[in-house]
Design a protein around this ligand. Structure first.
Ligand code: BEZ
Length: 268
């Protein structure tokens, strides 16, 4: 019998997937976006997982970073909205599930919730925080990193110019939530968390290849705003707009990432 190439989805999982504006292909992710989990190592260090701890990885992607927690002796549950990524994470032997981060089905059962490079994709940050808070035991910690204010500004600006010239309202397709440290601290506190640390920092990120790969992996909601026939021209235009801003003299593309890193606790 031929091996299945993706997960069989329940009706709920299928409708959740349909609603997602962005798709992840594990192969192209591994080729063009491996830096996401590699550069997530420092925030995993902040989590400082201990053997035997129960950890929820919120937005596990293909599970590359999640494996590290399992290897440290933790009991890990990994969730993601992408069936393809969940499939890739399961191939690593992880307990990975398709779950909506805004509606986690867990009740005071984790010692920590960890999240790398995902929270900027999810609408309704307050709903996510309420969901994380319910999932943690009192005293449990929520540690994460995602895009903060000013993140990938060069790319957002290029889309504003290129889509604006096509009379497309960029705000209506822009899926990214990049708050300041003050804004996210307020949300964490309003959600009942005690904030241990939170800070914003620039992290210029060299790409392994051409910026057009980045656009195709990470910026689908913007690219899908134009008809298929116009997409190659849009991508070429974006590349030309971005070149003077984020391509170095030696030809390397260096994207202007800005990270927001935080550690918070559900009080006892
Ligand atoms: C980020 O990790 O900061 C990011 C990833 C994809 C799109 C935008 C931002």
């Amino acid at each position: 019998m031929a091996k299945p190439t993706r997960l069989l989805l329940s009706p709920w999982e299928a409708s959740f997937e349909q609603a997602m504006p962005q798709r992840w292909d594990p192969e192209s992710y591994a080729e063009h976006a491996r830096f996401v989990s590699e550069l997530g190592e420092p925030v995993a260090d902040v989590l400082d997982p201990k053997p035997g701890e129960r950890i929820l990885d919120l937005g596990c992607g293909d599970g590359a970073l999640t494996e590290r927690f399992r290897n440290a002796g933790c009991l890990v549950v990994a969730i993601d909205s992408s069936p393809e990524q969940v499939w890739a994470a399961r191939k690593r032997g992880l307990d990975a599930r398709i779950i909506d981060a805004r509606d986690l089905p867990f009740d005071t059962e984790f010692d920590a919730v960890f999240s790398n490079s995902v929270l900027h994709w999810i609408e309704d940050p307050d709903q996510v925080l309420a969901s994380v808070w319910r999932s943690l035991r009192p005293g449990g910690r929520f540690v994460g990193e995602f895009g903060g204010a000013g993140n990938v500004a060069s790319i957002r600006d290029a889309f504003i110019a290129a889509l604006g010239a096509r009379q497309i309202d960029v705000a209506s397709v822009d899926p990214w939530y990049f708050p300041t440290a003050e804004q996210y601290r307020s949300r964490l506190e309003a959600g009942g968390f005690s904030v241990d640390t939170i800070h914003l920092f620039p992290r210029p990120t060299p790409l392994p290849g051409d910026v057009t790969h980045w656009l195709q992996v990470f910026a689908q909601p913007f690219l899908m705003a134009v008809p298929d026939s116009d997409r190659p021209a849009l991508i070429a235009e974006l590349r030309a707009r971005l070149e003077p801003r984020i391509r170095s003299a030696d030809g390397c593309w260096i994207v202007d990432y800005v990270r927001l890193r935080f550690a918070a606790t559900r009080p006892r």
